[in-house]
Design a protein around this ligand. Structure first.
Ligand code: ATP
Ligand code: MG
Length: 692
């Protein structure tokens, strides 16, 4: 260990574990305890450097329990821990059979917030059994509250529940007064400021009554708790080092939390890339990255990396050209020493169906050439853009997994099963109680309401359940739910047996309520796998609400873990990932940039950064697809079922000059009759022969 310590003083990385690092990366890894900001472009090894820094710190004696590692998604936290583990194995010279020390505090801001709030529930005045609401549940509660205030009956224009929740979320995460948020992001709702405030107050009351925290509350509560000096000091003393990846996408609350956690920046490391800031719709503030050095005094060390290790020079030229178009940007030219490869291709295809066929052909062609499906990805702006491709892949039995854009948690059956667990965990959660009661055969809304009313504020919820008299139609079915609830609530079943018991009770309800029960059961089996991987029901429920499984298996059968499958992903969910070959769909205006964004220059810039994120995921091959026309069903009554699309405005002459332009096949209809010999008949002559 002392060898590692002394080597941190030299400029060249030591041999074991870190030999791959370049001198700039090593400077960040070896940096001491002062605040450190690493700003660098895509694929320069930021995340790898962060992992190496963690390994270096642990190698030098830091306690892994006292490292807080904050990432953007659970998947990223998992990968970072994995990379740290591999490095630590080498650094500590552990035999392969020995597990490296775990990093128990690696996670997203939200997941860490949930753990801290629960651990410290007592001093913070929270119910330790609070439930974390996912977005869908929060939307339901907002809708319920809105209806309770009579706002649902108001004529025209009062924002719908999802919009109300979005406004509320911006209000919390931007940490700005409501009128300011409305003026900036929801100007059409500005006249409703007073009514919205009334709604948000009632929403907050409902959450408090039922011991519920929505996702935004997790950050809000954490940030607010940190305003109390005793809490801030206790937490600061709990962690020696705090390291944050993708810092460009943090919001104001997250920056406040870090500021209070490490006011002098000592032990704080953040890495990010302002060119990849793509979450302003979730109140991310790229200014956090740019202001970091200022916020943490003159001692901040700012380091940069310029060598890209991911992409070939040909691919890098195109992504550099894309970002060169941005005015007032800090110029950041990346270079690559990798052997060159093919230029990116801009492939023009007739329509979306032709696009789906082209991509499926290309994916299979690449696989024939030895590139496994897992090393290829198809990226798109919005989840719905891949629908035709999904059908094409299913038809050809090409397995795939889709990330992002899927509403796994919004599915009725997933919500039902989780409601059982949530209600047992937090009896005050009347939203869940009502949902469960309605699942019992023969129990209607009136009886469910009666149960919920009896439960409200009850000191002994178990006694309420015991005493509840169901209507005669539910007399046979009710006891099973009651028994299950009591067993779960009283902790009679260890985890994950508790999950299995809930699933066993729910399965017959599912079969009774849904025609497609088999498909839905497959989802619940997937959920079961997640449940079995978690140490407790509490962690399972919190993690799931915060960072739900985004992946859903394809229609051609769920691929097993070790099986080969193609990755389909929204551009947002592709952040931080890489593949050898990347195919990007719908490079046309209206899709990229999305039509919603076209009015606003700042949004257009963010869309361009999103394309930059997509293009920089590729290591060797990049195909940018541009369908010439789109099927638009709403237009049918005008007799015009297709719209002609223009190439994305981001593919400027400078970008195109870095690409090869390819014409894909025409539409499927063009091929009709192609297999008949030409001159088979003289149709006009035949018609004449009929005497017409
Ligand atoms: P992004 O901006 O997309 O988040 P990043 O800057 O975090 O990217 P990494 O994901 O850490 O970059 O690394 C990108 C690729 O470069 C990975 O395949 C990684 O293994 C490789 N890489 C990074 N540094 C080096 C190095 N010094 N030598 C060889 N390969 C490296
Ligand atoms: Mg990264």
């Amino acid at each position: 260990m002392s060898a590692i310590l002394s080597s941190t003083l030299s400029s060249a990385p030591p041999a074991h574990g870190f030999s791959q690092l370049n001198p700039e990366q090593w400077a960040a890894v070896a940096h001491g305890d002062g605040p450190l900001l690493l700003v660098a472009g895509a694929g320069t090894g930021k995340t790898g450097t962060l992992a190496a820094r963690v390994a270096r710190l642990v190698g030098d004696g830091a306690d892994p329990q006292r490292l807080l590692l904050l990432t953007f998604s659970r998947r990223a936290a998992h990968e970072l821990s994995h990379r740290c583990g591999l490095l630590l194995q080498q650094v500590l010279g552990l035999p392969v059979s020995t597990r490296p020390p775990a990093l128990p505090w690696a996670g997203t801001f939200h997941a860490i917030a949930a753990r801290l709030l629960r651990e410290w529930a007592q001093p913070l005045g929270l119910a330790p059994g609070f439930t974390v609401l996912d977005r869908g549940d929060a939307e339901d509660l907002m809708a319920h509250t809105r209806a309770g205030l009579g706002q649902a009956e108001w004529p025209q224009r009062f924002p719908m529940a999802p919009t109300c929740l979005a406004i509320h979320s911006q209000r919390v995460n931007r940490d700005r007064p409501l009128p300011e948020v409305l003026a900036a992001a929801f100007p059409w709702c500005a006249p409703w400021a007073a009514e919205l405030q009334q709604l948000f107050d009632a929403y907050a009351d409902a959450k408090q009554r039922q011991h519920l925290l929505d996702l935004d509350d997790l950050l809000l509560y954490w940030a607010t708790a940190m305003e109390e000096p005793a809490v801030a000091q206790a937490l600061a003393a709990r962690f020696d080092h705090v390291l944050v990846d993708e810092y460009q996408d943090t919001n104001r609350l997250q920056a406040h939390i870090l500021q209070r956690l490490k006011p002098d920046g000592c032990g704080l490391t953040v890495v990010g890339d302002d060119d990849q800031s793509i979450y302003s719709f979730r109140a991310a503030e790229p200014g956090n990255l740019l202001d970091f050095a200022q916020q943490h005094g003159g001692t901040t060390r700012v380091l940069s990396l310029t060598q890209n290790y991911r992409a070939t020079p040909a691919l890098l030229a195109a992504s550099n050209a894309l970002m060169d178009e941005v005015p007032e940007r800090h110029p950041k030219r990346l270079w690559s020493a990798a052997a060159d490869g093919p230029r990116p291709r801009v492939v023009t295809v007739a329509d979306e169906a032709a696009q789906a066929r082209w991509v499926a052909d290309e994916v299979l062609r690449q696989r024939e050439e030895g590139l496994r499906l897992k090393r290829q990805a198809v990226l798109f702006r919005t989840g719905s853009h891949s629908t035709l491709l999904e059908l094409e892949l299913a038809r050809r039995q090409i397995p795939f997994v889709k990330y992002g854009g899927l509403k796994f948690m919004a599915a009725t059956h997933v919500k039902d099963l989780l409601a059982v667990l949530r209600w047992a965990h937090n009896p005050a959660n009347t939203l869940a109680a009502q949902r469960c009661a309605l699942l019992v055969a023969g129990l209607g809304p009136g009886s469910a309401r009666r149960l919920v009313q009896a439960l409200q504020g009850a000191a002994e919820p178990a006694a309420v359940l015991q005493a509840f008299v169901p209507p005669p139609s539910a007399r046979a079915e009710w006891p099973a739910l009651r028994t299950l609830w009591l067993a779960l609530h009283q902790g009679a079943l260890p985890w994950p047996a508790a999950f299995d018991a809930a699933l066993a009770w729910y399965t017959p309800q599912l079969q009774r309520l849904h025609d497609d029960a088999a498909v839905r059961l497959a989802d619940l089996q997937q959920l079961r796998q997640v449940a079995h991987a978690q140490p407790s029901g509490e962690r399972f429920l919190a993690e799931l609400s915060i960072d739900p499984p985004q992946a859903s298996s394809d229609e051609s059968g769920a691929p097993h873990r070790d099986e080969d499958y193609l990755v389909l992903s929204t551009m947002h969910s592709a952040k931080g990932q890489e593949w050898s070959a990347v195919h990007v769909l719908n490079l046309v205006d209206g899709c990229m940039p999305a039509d919603l964004a076209t009015g606003d220059a700042a949004q257009i810039d963010e869309e361009r950064r999103l394309l930059y994120v997509a293009m920089t995921r590729a290591r060797r091959q990049l195909n940018l697809l541009a369908p010439q026309r789109f099927h638009v069903s709403q237009q049918a009554r005008w007799g015009d079922r297709h719209l002609y699309a223009s190439l994305s405005r981001f593919l400027t002459p400078a970008v195109l000059a870095c690409c090869e332009q390819v014409a894909g096949p025409g539409p499927a209809e063009a091929a009709l009759g192609a297999d008949l010999p030409s001159g088979l008949l003289d149709l006009a002559a035949r018609v004449r022969a009929r005497g017409c």
